[in-house]
Ligand binder design. Structure first.
Ligand code: ATP
Length: 557
């Protein structure tokens, strides 16, 4: 933890200054090293150290009980033990909350004796050497972390410093449980006397939290933290774990100057959920957006999100249990087969192929990929493996095996997204907006479940078709096209085997479409052909067509 924004000697990225004494008024530093024995606790090995103190494995001299002893110089400028000893009693007995066995001050040393726990997620993840964490582990962390926050919030307490280093696993037999630690920045948000929520305020306040995951509202806008901000921090932490090399603003270490801190804040503030979550299952983007939509005093719907992440794990072929299993079992051998042939993100090989296909589209000097840092990274990593596929027939990427009815519950987030996009596209009044919506549509298709066109996806295409087909919608905002649905147009009788040929042609032609009406007719052809094919699968050519459509819309008046 750091006392001011410009402190640099911290590794966790935590920082705070609210309610802390000015360093110029501090008592002199401790006259001696930490003793081997504090109160009745014999200090063994050091487990970790933070800005304000050190943690030791310690043994009780009489009972032989072993605990983690958090030791702090009593007049430290950031006296977090003093705050934590008042917070722990509120959290006792909850799953994943360490027990406080004793606390006090002896001589110059303030100590807390708490349950001895295992490694932090930060250290487990670092030691794994991987540049992303596996999806099953991230789903487990999501379920447990949201549950822990629900418990803390139900007891009237905000954590305010959610980060990997503050989530630790239990020791056997509790190694599947994730515990919250470090309540040094925690605060009651329910006034114990009035039982009311703390008030909001527009006055700028000192930042308390950590650089990596504190919410945009708290970190970048100086707002008062509430339940939504703990949840947003959890969302950012989960997204960080699934992003190759982590969120971009975490890659340069803790900012050493206030200029560097301002740059970090600007980067965090500008990062949109859809960009941060490219290539991830849609639940993560949905979750971040949900947290950001919450109002200051809103109670988050914890159980809904726990169930979304459980459903995601199950769809991936993993157990529904939230237990954290580390190291993760091989992803080649899920406990039961996935209900869909589905991966968390676009497979690296597929992605390289799709991007190669796109690169071959004649778009002149225009940059097709824009600023898609994550995608570029993945492409860089797969460069060696990427096959040039010129002249190859386009193959379906994946085929759905389940019927729509037996997957409806698990596909709720996808269906919801698609319905929202359909709604938005029917109200869009210019081509750049439609282009953006098509891009989002592609994102939802690629990352959620099998890449089939579901009923909701057809609904979106239908609305898109209508909007493109009727130029009058652009004259008066909010007018919705009266064009008939493409499914009502004269049906074509093409055998399913022509699909690949038609979509490949569409993909080529879309870049030269002279106007929206021509694009509308292409959308109708694409939807009809895909509807007729077995499994209604979107092929690589299909995705290239949609990408080309989105690009073309940017340049048509
Ligand atoms: N109960 C515990 N059992 C085992 N290890 C622990 C325990 N509590 C903390 N640790 C270890 O010590 C590290 C620091 O703990 P903690 O975050 O509570 O201290 P801090 O001084 O508040 O740190 P920071 O300044 O990083 O916030 C943790 O990341 C963890 O590795």
């Amino acid at each position: 933890m750091a006392i001011s924004d410009s402190e640099s000697d911290v590794s966790s990225g935590s920082t705070g200054s609210e309610g802390l004494s000015d360093s110029s008024q501090l008592d002199p530093p401790p006259s001696s090293e930490i003793p081997r024995c504090i109160a009745n606790w014999w200090l063994n090995d050091k487990l970790g150290a933070g800005y304000s103190g050190s943690i030791f494995r310690a043994t009780h001299l009489h009972t032989r009980q072993i605990v983690a002893l958090k030791v702090q110089y009593v007049n430290h400028e950031c006296p977090t033990n003093r705050y934590e000893r008042h917070l722990y009693p509120l959290l006792q007995g909850g799953k994943g909350m360490p027990r406080l066995w004793a606390s006090g001050v002896q001589g110059e040393w303030d100590y807390l004796a708490i349950d001895l726990l295992g490694a932090s997620l930060d250290s487990l993840y670092r030691k794994s050497g991987k540049d992303t964490m596996d999806l099953r582990s991230v789903c487990s962390i999501a379920m447990q972390l949201i549950s822990r926050l629900e418990l803390m919030h139900t007891r009237g307490v905000l954590h305010r410093d959610i980060q990997l280093g503050n989530c630790v696993v239990g020791l056997p037999p509790n190694e599947g449980t994730i515990y919250m630690i470090d309540f040094g920045f925690s605060k009651r948000y329910i006034d114990p006397y009035t039982n009311r929520h703390i008030p909001n305020s527009n006055a700028k306040r000192d930042f308390i939290g950590n650089y990596w995951f504190s919410s945009v509202n708290v970190h970048c806008r100086g707002r008062v933290p509430s339940r939504r901000d703990d949840l947003e921090a959890a969302a950012l932490m989960l997204i960080h774990l699934l992003t190759p090399r982590g969120l971009s603003w975490t890659r340069n270490g803790v900012p050493k100057t206030s200029e560097a801190h301002n740059r970090l804040k600007a980067e965090k503030k500008a990062a949109q959920p859809e960009d941060l979550c490219k290539g991830m299952p849609v639940e993560f983007e949905d979750f971040l957006k949900y947290c950001r939509r919450l109002k200051f005093k809103d109670r988050p719907d914890y159980s809904q999100w726990i169930e979304h992440f459980r459903a995601l794990a199950v769809e991936e072929g993993f157990p529904a249990s939230e237990d954290f299993i580390w190291p993760p079992p091989s992803i080649d051998k899920p406990v039961h087969p996935p209900r869909h042939a589905r991966t968390a993100a676009v497979k690296k090989d597929d992605l390289a192929d799709i991007l190669n296909d796109l690169a071959k589209l004649n778009m002149g000097a225009r940059q097709i990929l824009g600023d898609r840092t994550n995608v570029e990274d993945v492409v860089k990593h797969t460069k060696a493996d990427a096959k040039l596929n010129s002249g190859q027939r386009s193959e379906p990427i994946t085929i759905s095996s389940g019927s729509e009815s037996d997957t409806r519950v698990n596909l709720m987030p996808k269906a919801y997204q698609l319905n929202q996009l359909a709604e938005q596209v029917s109200k869009a009044t210019d081509n750049p907006a439609i282009s953006q919506l098509v891009r989002q549509f592609i994102g939802v298709l690629k990352i959620n479940s099998s890449r089939t066109l579901t009923r909701e996806a057809f609904h979106f295409l239908d609305k898109l078709y209508k909007q493109l087909d009727d130029p009058s919608v652009f004259i008066k905002a909010k007018k919705t096209s009266q064009t008939r649905s493409f499914s009502e147009q004269v049906p074509e009788r093409e055998p399913s085997h022509v699909k690949l040929g038609v979509v490949a042609r569409l993909r080529q032609e879309v870049q030269f479409a002279p106007n929206n009406k021509a694009l509308a007719s292409m959308v109708a052809d694409f939807a009809k052909i895909t509807n007729k094919s077995t499994g209604r699968t979107v092929t690589k050519d299909g995705f290239a067509f949609l990408e080309g459509l989105s690009e073309r819309l940017k340049f048509l008046p």
